[in-house]
Design a protein around this ligand. Structure first.
Ligand SMILES: *[C@@H]1O[C@H](CO)[C@@H](O)[C@H](O)[C@H]1NC(C)=O
Length: 581
């Protein structure tokens, strides 16, 4: 059972667009109405399976196909057949399909759902359809609850394809205990001029994404980039030139004078600056994972731009998992190579750490939230089969690929190649002003990068937690590029100050200074939670903060790595031109 499922899942993964439909129907072909989820309007991510409310299904039992992909299961998208008989281009007048019996328990469940503004989601030919469960009405201080008992489906077709679906809920019936409520449906087919490629356009909300504000924020960040790059290059060129001049003047003085002279600044630490970072194993694992995350994010954004991934249920997640697995060698190469250059010997441990760092964190969080979800019976609870599949991907795909990368990395990029020799005895780090302490630099480092992305963060959060479909991936790419540039500039400046204070612990400092952007994003997510969402309860809170923590962590590792890469290039550059006596 688990194995056949795994094979299916792997198949679905290899064919990212592996849907059973080709979306072409002949007259009177079967059209399947899938019931997906119900959940409160205020949290898009809290969903329960449709039939967890005591709805009833139609009489039709057999359909010609069924499908499920891993990413759908992971995202809690459960599809259950509605039992309604719908045929392509065949109108159906109002037909009763089943009856709900309102026992005390059922009535309470429905009242609860109506009270909490539950919505349900269905799919027809991959097009999502949303409807409200019911309505509350207040009359002379007495609140009565109603359920919509009739679904009117208007389906638009263009040639042999379905291009538009509208749902109208009618026939409000009061929820009284002991009543029997017949549910009915009706289908009207209409010719439509909408092109098949454009059928998702009506779900997109250009007003929300406010292109003007978007452009404005991009423009703002862009100005900041130009300013920063200018500033960095100016400061560095001028100060570095001055530094070099001072150092070469020093060389002309004799020893006596030099002892009295003002020898200070970054050159002093040339014997320590390429000393391996503390905890090289964790450091190289983080950097390796960071390389991988950066590549994954960049590729997924590009795929999303090219492939309009939002139109396909769960295809975003499938793509991400697939790209993540496929880019494991990058992780191994970067992390393994760095670890070898730092003189690390326990490379197998480093490789396993590198390969499993993110998967374990993600699965750990998901497992924890799953635990709560199972308690609340949310459809978010990830099925056991999917967990097995994910574990298998980690062990049988990610690990071997990382191994290949690590071996290549250690052999091709593993020889130390620092431009300066490392002294045997570490130099003591002198006392310095409080704002030169690594901790302060780390905290301040994230502010500017965060400033360049927080508007985009608002859009991304909203599309994840509320009913908005994110589709402006071009903006996302721009913001991503800007973020990378700002991060690199800021960390270079931070590192210059740190080294000038004769503190040579720049590796971790640059990584963390860049990564602290994520700390600000996490703090921002608190603001978002309390002021922009209406979530409540243990499950929603744990769910929100758990996944936000994961998101921030991945962002932090990514920014940290990019900051470290930039700084590393900078440090090598300035020390390679200095003459060491
Ligand atoms: C669905 O509703 C929209 C907006 O009211 C309308 O333009 C469209 O024609 C409707 N589609 C069908 C198939 O009735």
């Amino acid at each position: 059972m688990a194995w056949s499922r795994l094979v299916l899942v792997l198949l679905a993964l290899t064919l990212v667009c592996g849907d059973e439909h080709n979306h072409v129907y002949e007259d009177n072909d079967e059209v399947v109405l899938w019931m997906s989820t119900v959940g409160p309007y205020h949290n898009r991510q809290e969903t329960y399976s449709y039939f967890s409310l005591p709805f009833c299904a139609g009489a039709k039992a057999v359909i010609s196909h069924y499908h499920e992909t891993l990413s759908e299961a992971l995202q809690g998208i459960e599809l259950e057949f509605s039992g309604l008989d719908i045929e392509f281009k065949a109108d159906i007048s109002k037909t009763e399909y089943c009856e709900i019996e309102l026992s005390e328990k059922n009535q309470k469940a429905f009242v609860y759902a109506v009270k909490n503004q539950y919505w349900y989601q269905m799919y027809i030919d991959d097009l999502p359809v949303w409807g409200v469960v019911g309505e509350a009405e207040e009359n002379n201080d007495v609140v009565s609850y109603y359920i919509w008992a009739h679904k009117k489906l208007d389906i638009g077709y263009n040639g042999k394809q379905i291009v538009d679906v509208n749902l109208t809920s009618e026939n409000k019936v009061k929820l009284t205990q002991g009543a029997r409520i017949p549910l009915s449906y009706e289908v009207n087919w209409k010719q439509s001029k909408v092109k098949f490629e454009d059928r998702f356009d009506k779900y997109l909300d250009p007003n929300f994404f406010q292109h003007r504000i978007h452009w404005f924020s991009i423009f703002n960040s862009f100005m900041m980039v130009i300013f920063l790059v200018g500033l960095v290059s100016m400061i560095l060129m001028r100060t570095l030139r001055k530094d070099y001049a001072r150092y070469s003047r020093d060389e002309e003085m004799d020893d006596m004078e030099r002892d009295l002279g003002d020898e200070y600044g970054w050159k002093q630490v040339h014997g320590d600056v390429f000393r391996p970072a503390g905890h090289p194993m964790i450091f190289s694992a983080l950097v390796g994972a960071g390389y991988q995350v950066t590549v994954v994010v960049l590729s997924v954004i590009i795929f999303a731009i090219l492939g309009e991934l939002y139109t396909e249920r769960g295809s975003m997640l499938s793509t991400a998992i697939f790209v993540y697995a496929a880019t494991s060698p990058i992780n191994g190469y970067a992390g393994g190579g760095l670890y070898a250059r730092m003189g690390g010997r326990i490379w197998i441990k480093q490789m396993v750490l590198s390969a499993f760092l993110l998967p374990v964190l993600v699965c750990g969080t998901a497992f924890f939230i799953n635990f709560i979800a199972m308690y609340y019976h949310a459809s978010r609870a990830i099925p056991f089969g999917s967990m097995v599949a994910v574990t298998c991907i980690c062990i049988f795909v990610i690990l071997p690929l990382t191994l290949v990368g690590t071996i290549l990395g250690r052999n091709l990029a593993g020889t130390p190649d620092a431009p300066c020799r490392v002294n045997a005895v570490p130099r003591p780090i002198p006392e310095k002003k409080w704002f030169m302490e690594p901790l302060v630099i780390i905290t301040l480092g994230g502010i500017l990068p965060f400033g360049s992305i927080f508007i985009e963060m608002y859009f991304i959060f909203t599309s994840f937690w509320a009913y908005k479909i994110y589709y402006v991936y071009g903006f996302m790419l721009l913001v991503f590029v800007i973020l990378m540039i700002v991060t690199v500039c800021v960390t270079i400046v931070c590192t210059y100050f740190l080294l000038n204070a004769e503190d040579y612990r720049w590796q971790w400092t640059s990584f963390l200074a860049a990564g602290s952007t994520a700390g600000y994003v996490y703090v921002y997510s608190f603001y978002y939670f309390f002021f922009k969402t209406k979530m409540y309860g243990l499950f929603q809170t744990a769910f929100y903060f758990g996944y936000m923590a994961l998101f921030s962590l991945a962002l932090g590792i990514m920014c940290g790595t990019v900051g470290y890469i930039g700084t590393n290039a900078f440090v090598r550059k300035i020390y390679s031109t200095v003459k060491i006596d």
